[in-house]
Ligand binder design. Structure first.
Ligand code: 6PG
Length: 233
């Protein structure tokens, strides 16, 4: 049995299809347990999905929203994953503030990671299990802020951590806060949204190559036998 891969003509179609699937999963969770939890990633591919969310009449008051990872920049910085979601979705949808659990990047990276872990635990319990996690993939096979060669990619304990990511993984060194593999693996549903010709080689290696998450962190909780659905363009 191979991974569940759905192909689309372009990033917009893949992003919107990913969003519709996420809404279905969230609806089921709310119907089953009265609430739902979602963790989203940043980057550029999710923008059409976020814009669609911003237009949807949805029970966001029942959804606790977290981030898979965040750049340690001010919340209004153009690089902020939180800012991307706020501008394209949260503000237009008037998302209830109490359900938005951003990484507090005004703190130091380590303090922000510690505070984020506390918030994850207070909302989702000691071993956070998301109903839905949305992840992207970089051309190097990274996911979240788990980059090739990082010891965090094979760390089986812990919930979230600060990571100092350096070139060549990023153009400039940057602190990030990221969810750790155990939380990614525990998700009830994972949506992998991947678009771009520059990612084809990594995508093939991630889906069909030898399982080596230190080399290809996107292989975490996403291959055949996982609960992941890939939306690819
Ligand atoms: C981030 C993301 C990162 C992203 C991939 C893909 O903070 O940059 O969380 O993991 O998902 O880099 O980004 P694109 O969708 O822009 O290709």
């Amino acid at each position: 049995m191979s991974a569940n891969v759905r192909k689309f003509p372009d990033v917009h179609a893949a992003s919107v299809a990913c969003g519709n699937q996420i809404l279905e999963w969230l609806k089921s969770a709310i119907a089953e347990r009265g609430s739902a939890s979602l963790a989203i990633s940043g980057g550029s591919s999710p923008k059409p999905m976020f814009e669609m969310f911003g237009r949807e009449a949805f029970a966001w008051r029942s959804v606790d929203l977290f981030w898979v990872d965040e750049r340690c920049v001010p919340a209004d910085d153009p690089q902020s994953n939180y800012r991307l979601a706020r501008e394209s979705w949260l503000a237009p949808a008037q998302y209830p503030e109490a359900k938005i659990h951003r990484v507090r990047t005004e703190l130091s990276p380590d303090d922000a990671a510690r505070a984020y872990v506390e918030e994850l635990r207070s909302v989702l319990g000691a071993e956070p299990t998301f109903d839905v996690i949305h992840r992207g993939m970089g051309a190097d096979g990274h996911t979240a802020s788990l980059f090739p060669g990082s010891p965090l990619t094979v760390k089986q304990d812990g919930i979230a951590a600060a990571a100092h990511v350096e070139p060549p993984h990023l153009p400039k060194a940057q602190w990030r806060v990221t969810l750790l593999p155990a939380v990614l693996q525990a998700a009830r549903h994972t949506a992998m949204l991947v678009a771009g010709a520059d990612k084809v080689a990594a995508l093939t290696a991630v889906l069909e190559g030898t399982f080596d998450p230190m080399k290809y962190p996107s292989q975490i909780a996403s291959r055949e036998g996982s609960k992941a659905v890939w939306f690819v363009a």
